[in-house]
Structure formats: structure tokens, C-alpha cells
Design a protein around this ligand. Structure first.
Ligand SMILES: NC(=O)c1ccc[n+]([C@@H]2O[C@H](COP(=O)([O-])OP(=O)(O)OC[C@H]3O[C@@H](n4cnc5c(N)ncnc54)[C@H](OP(=O)(O)O)[C@@H]3O)[C@@H](O)[C@H]2O)c1
Length: 328
């Protein structure tokens, strides 16, 4: 099969296309013909040794994908050749070969059927970011209450859009941050009640003005950097921050005294923590909520398989939704 191979940890620009033997589905696994694969910032981090995994080389990146089942291994029930499925987060693209290839073998427990009315592109685009957003929203002890205020930083990206939609599905008031006026318009269409530019010098006043006396109950932070201080300032008593990303770099001069008097809580998010069963349960709930909203995953762009490096450049620019490659 054709695949993008990673021979070392020198970054995405060093990936090369090559012919490699097809993977074989082991017991409990399925072999997929990958039609679409979605990109995630973690692919680029892994390629630069900025991610905990150190897979054997050469490695194939790519954690999200959707396509057709070609074969199933011993003991697989409920999935058969010809089925159209997507991959829920598993070790594909992390410790074992991933989806930037014509074929991929994954555990049968980590595939899910194409939801009704979805395209294969939408299925490839969704699982990793929606599962991340779901964990960020529910990790504090269940569903947030309707009317609570959700703040999402980096809201236009994969996890951001997913957080906006899922927050909306829970009846939360959603405040989204994006540096782009065009993406702000799109975020309002997708369900954000208020969108602000994180670079505005009076960001705190703008957000508090819009909230009419309320403060933020839960923040999904994908940016970190200096913006993190403003996020902390916007939280109300008992406010929580689910920290999932750090596109804006490290947080300067963090004073833990900020946390005392409002009993603020900060908690990490790790999509890698899902068990296959946990991912399946969360995924069903995500699909149900999107159907209820009448919404589907948002695709920024689809590149040809040969243009994988251009697709990563687009991801680094800050997309509106997900960036994909069409594999077959
Ligand atoms: N912890 C986990 O399990 C987990 C899982 C998935 C992803 N992540 C992490 O979460 C982060 C977001 O992932 P994603 O897939 O949503 O990424 P993405 O699709 O690349 O989107 C990131 C968004 O953040 C904004 N942004 C980028 N750089 C910024 C900066 N310097 N300052 C302010 N805003 C900036 C951009 O929005 P605007 O241009 O609109 O401002 C961009 O669209 C990444 O760091 C990723 O590694 C973590």
C-alpha cells in the first residue's frame, strides 16, 4: 500500500511517501481501506518528539479516519467486510501505524458505523476532537447545567467547534474566542452566543458586559499562553478550566493565589484516557446530540493524499473546523 512514512523525529516536512506491505488484521481487529483521514496537531507534535509516544520507526501518523472494512480478524463480531466505519480514538497513529496510508488495521472495538446522514469526510473529521471536547465538558462530575456559561478559547479549531456545539447541546451560554472576524461570524452560526477577539485589550470587560452580571462557569482552554490569565479572571466562584491544548505556548508568571478565593479548579484533558467502551458510549451520546441540534462536523478543507504537507500547513494557520486528506 501507499503510505506517508515517518523515519525519525524531524517533523512533518521530513515525511516521505513509500510503498509498504499491507497491515494484517490480528485477532479482534479489522482492516480498513482508508477513504479520508483527518489531521490533528498531535500528529505534528509526535513527528517532532513533542508527544509522549515513541513508536517503532518507520511510523505512519494519522489518528482519525473513515473508510470501508476490507477484512476482519479472528473473533470479530458485529463488523463485516463492506461496512463503512470511522475510527474512534485508539493507538492507530500513536503507537501503531495510522491513517495516512491506504489501509489501516485497528481494534474492532474502536470502530463505529457511519451515523445516519453523515458523509465519510464528516465521520473521519469528528471522533478525536469531539471525544476531547466531551471529556472537557463532563469531566467535572457529569453534565453542566443548562444556563451555565461556557468559555471556549481557540474556538474555531477542531476541538473548539466541537466544544461550542456540545456546550450548546447542553443548554449552556457559549462564549467563543477567535482571532478572526470571519471565523467569528461562522462560530455564531454554529451556536456561539458571543464571540470575541482574544487579542482585544478590553477582552475581560467585553465578556463580562455581554454576560450581564454572570461569570464563566466552565472554560475549555485550547490556547494557554498569556490569555490564560484572562480566562482565570473571567471565572465565577467554583469556576473550572478544562485544559486541553496550548496553541499559544506556556502561561507566563502563573500565581497560584489566583485559585484561592473563588475556589477555582484547573484540570487536564486527555483523549488518550478513553477505554474503547468509554469512547463508544461517549460517541453515541455525541452523535445523538448533534442530530438533535441538526448539526454535523465542520470541515475546513480536504487536500489530496499527495498534499499532506500542505494540509499540515493549513492546520498550523488556524483552520475553521477540520483539515482532511482524501486517501482513496
Ligand atoms: N488534551 C487532549 O487530549 C487533546 C486532544 C485534541 C487536541 N488537543 C490540543 O488542543 C489544541 C487544539 O486542537 P485543535 O485540533 O482544535 O487545533 P486546531 O484545529 O489547529 O485549532 C486551534 C485553534 O486555536 C487558535 N489558535 C492557534 N494558535 C493560537 C494562538 N497562538 N493564540 C490564540 N489562538 C490560537 C486558532 O483559532 P483562531 O485563528 O480562530 O484564533 C485555531 O483555529 C492543540 O493544542 C491540540 O494539540 C489536546
Amino acid at each position: 500500500m501507499r503510505a506517508w512514512l515517518m523515519d525519525g523525529y524531524e517533523g512533518i516536512e521530513r515525511l516521505r511517501q513509500a510503498e509498504v506491505p499491507d497491515p494484517q488484521p490480528g485477532p479482534g481487529e479489522v482492516l480498513l481501506k482508508v477513504r479520508y483521514a483527518a489531521l490533528n496537531p498531535a500528529d505534528a507534535f509526535l513527528a517532532q518528539a513533542q508527544y509522549p509516544a515513541r513508536p517503532p520507526l518507520p511510523h505512519i501518523l494519522g489518528r482519525d479516519g473513515a473508510g470501508e472494512v476490507l477484512a476482519v480478524g479472528a473473533g470479530v463480531e458485529g463488523v463485516k467486510p463492506g461496512d463503512l466505519v470511522g475510527i474512534l480514538r485508539c493507538e492507530a497513529g500513536v503507537e501503531r501505524w495510522g491513517t495516512f496510508a491506504e489501509k489501516v488495521a485497528v481494534p474492532a472495538a474502536s470502530v463505529a458505523p457511519l451515523p445516519e446522514g453523515w458523509t465519510l469526510e464528516e465521520m473521519a473529521a469528528a471522533p478525536l476532537v469531539y471525544l476531547t471536547a466531551w471529556q472537557a465538558l463532563v469531566q467535572w462530575g457529569g453534565l453542566p447545567s443548562p444556563g451555565q456559561v461556557l468559555l471556549v478559547t481557540g474556538a474555531s479549531g477542531g476541538v473548539g467547534v466541537a466544544s461550542v456545539m456540545l456546550g450548546r447541546s447542553m443548554g449552556m451560554t457559549v462564549v467563543a474566542l477567535s482571532r478572526s472576524a470571519e471565523k467569528a461570524r461562522r462560530l455564531r452560526e454554529l451556536g456561539a452566543d458571543h464571540v470575541f477577539d482574544p487579542g482585544a485589550p478590553d477582552l475581560k470587560q467585553q465578556v463580562l458586559g455581554a454576560l450581564d452580571g454572570k461569570r464563566v462557569d466552565l472554560a475549555v482552554d485550547l490556547v494557554a499562553g498569556p490569555l490564560f490569565h484572562t480566562v482565570l479572571q473571567l471565572l465565577g466562584y467554583g469556576g473550572r478550566i478544562s485544559v486541553a491544548g496550548r496553541s499559544g505556548g506556556t502561561v507566563p508568571d502563573f500565581n497560584t493565589a489566583m485559585l484561592f478565593f473563588r475556589r477555582l479548579r484547573i484540570g487536564g484533558v486527555s483523549v488518550g484516557d478513553y477505554t474503547p467502551e468509554g469512547a463508544q458510549t461517549a460517541w453515541k451520546e455525541i452523535v445523538r446530540r448533534l442530530a438533535q441540534l441538526g448539526q454535523k462536523p465542520v470541515i475546513d478543507s480536504v487536500f489530496a493524499f499527495d498534499q499532506l504537507k500542505d494540509a499540515f500547513r493549513r492546520l498550523a494557520e488556524g483552520p475553521m473546523g477540520k483539515v482532511l486528506v482524501k486517501v482513496a
